[in-house]
Ligand binder design. Structure first.
Ligand SMILES: *Cc1c(COP(=O)(O)O)cnc(C)c1O
Length: 438
């Protein structure tokens, strides 16, 4: 079907908004073609403005754990809306959501913000304020939102110095950032040996999901926590994507709960907002106690803890039971197996990787341990695969470096739609490879 109405809207959007979108990956630049404008969503399905339905494997990039328009979440939001939408004063849902997060995760105190970017930005400010140190360490391929200091790439050669990842970020903003290869213990040890007493914090995705899914190798996060502790630096675990997505507690619940270590600070977003703009950072109460108004480290937000967003987040977390995670795991396994089989049958090099219920398909031989490995992907093959899936009613993330997300609402019909689409999409990927590699 020609996406006539999407095309018309995209033309209008491009006139009034840069690239026609409000977040770059939505523009389909990585795969070509016209982005679909979505009119509505329900359960596992999206419907675009041309009336075409798609099984959604993006889930708003992670938040829609329960599926779209979940009746109980909608009822809670509808009820909250009748009481107004924002007061700039504290409310009960904020306290309840904070209690829910403190109850599920190792954080002792939590503060709400409106986006994951704000959460990581505030966490590193707090880490710097608490330690009185300046240097921040991150890993190449980990994404923490568009914070200046974290939009840094590894410099050339063997140096660990960071360079701005985009025009508009001054060198001074990344001068105190160091970027290391993910899953590389030796690089971490070497940097801390050199700079340990200047490092305020190390921030890492609890399991990398923004270069495709690259799980931490066994014990890696614990090693990071211990290395930070040994040098008086804070360990900041960014669970904006993994938190309440890969388990009731996030990745920490998968690889940390039994091991006797905890992050000093954690960041959350996506699932905890229930589809609204809400995020959080939290951690040790002695660290969180340094925040204003009790402490000297300034941080604030007009819409922070918004009553509608916190109501939606609370309803979502309360409905996210162990059964939900078991369902996500089963559905994810079926789709992963289907994708691996289809790509193998078509002769397309690929690797399927997961962290808990989060997974992605790399169009390259694996294993993928870090960003350098991830960049070996055949993005042309992915683009052909993506469009063949889209034509068959499956909405994948429109870029090769993204996790695929399922929800509690992905039932047999939705899963079967995905499985039915995979063989032809894998053959399209194989044909695209012949074009570029033949
Ligand atoms: C999405 C994401 C962010 C940024 O969150 P926004 O709400 O888009 O600002 C930060 N960290 C991780 C790990 C993410 O996946």
């Amino acid at each position: 079907m020609t996406p006539d109405r999407s095309e018309a809207l995209f033309a209008r959007a491009c006139a009034v908004t840069p690239g026609g979108v409000n977040s770059p990956v939505r523009a389909f630049h990585a795969v070509g073609g016209t982005p679909r404008f979505i009119r509505s969503a329900s359960g596992a399905w999206l419907t675009d403005v041309d009336g075409q339905a798609y099984v959604d494997l993006v889930g708003s990039w992670g938040p829609m754990l329960l599926g779209h328009a979940h009746p109980e979440v909608m009822a809670a939001v509808g009820d909250a809306l009748t009481r107004g939408t924002s007061y700039g004063a504290p409310t009960e849902p904020e306290v309840e959501l904070a209690e829910e997060i403190v109850g599920r995760t190792p954080v002792e105190q939590v503060r709400f913000v409106s986006s994951g970017t704000e959460a990581t930005m505030s966490a590193i400010r707090l880490a710097r304020g608490f330690t009185g140190r300046d240097v921040v360490v991150k890993f190449a391929g980990c994404y923490h939102g568009h914070v200046d200091a974290l939009l840094a790439s590894a410099g050339s050669g063997l140096t660990t110095f960071a360079v701005p990842g985009t025009p508009g970020v001054p060198e001074s903003a990344t001068a105190l950032t160091r970027v290391l290869p993910y899953n590389d213990r030796e690089a971490v040890t070497a940097l801390f040996a050199e700079l340990g007493d200047r490092i305020a914090c190390l921030i890492t995705e609890a399991a990398a999901g923004n270069m495709g899914v690259v799980p931490p190798e066994p014990g890696f996060n614990q090693f990071l926590a211990e290395t930070c502790a040994a040098h008086g630096a804070l360990f900041v675990s960014d669970e904006v994507m993994t938190g309440f997505r890969v388990s009731r507690q996030g990745q920490w619940g998968l690889d940390g709960a039994q091991e006797g270590w905890t992050p000093d600070l954690m960041t959350f977003g996506k699932v905890m907002g229930g589809g609204f703009p809400a995020a959080a950072f939290g951690g040790r109460s002695d660290v969180m106690g340094r925040l204003s108004p009790d402490g000297p480290v300034y941080q604030a937000g007009t819409l922070s803890g918004n009553p509608i967003a916190t109501t939606a987040g609370l309803a979502t977390l309360r409905l996210a039971t162990d059964d939900v995670y078991a369902h996500l795991r089963a559905v994810g396994d079926t789709i992963k197996d289907g994708a691996a089989t289809a790509l193998a049958d078509a002769g397309v090099p690929h690797t399927v990787q997961s962290a808990g219920t989060m997974f992605s398909v790399f169009f390259a031989e694996g294993p993928v341990r870090d960003f350098t490995d991830a960049q070996r992907q055949d993005t042309a093959a992915f683009a052909a695969f993506f469009h063949a899936m889209l034509d068959r009613g499956v909405y994948l993330p429109p870029a090769a470096y993204e996790a695929w997300f399922v929800s509690a609402a992905h039932d047999d019909r939705a899963v079967q739609t995905v499985l039915d689409a995979l063989p032809a999409a894998a053959r399209a990927a194989a044909t695209a490879r012949e074009g570029t590699h033949g």
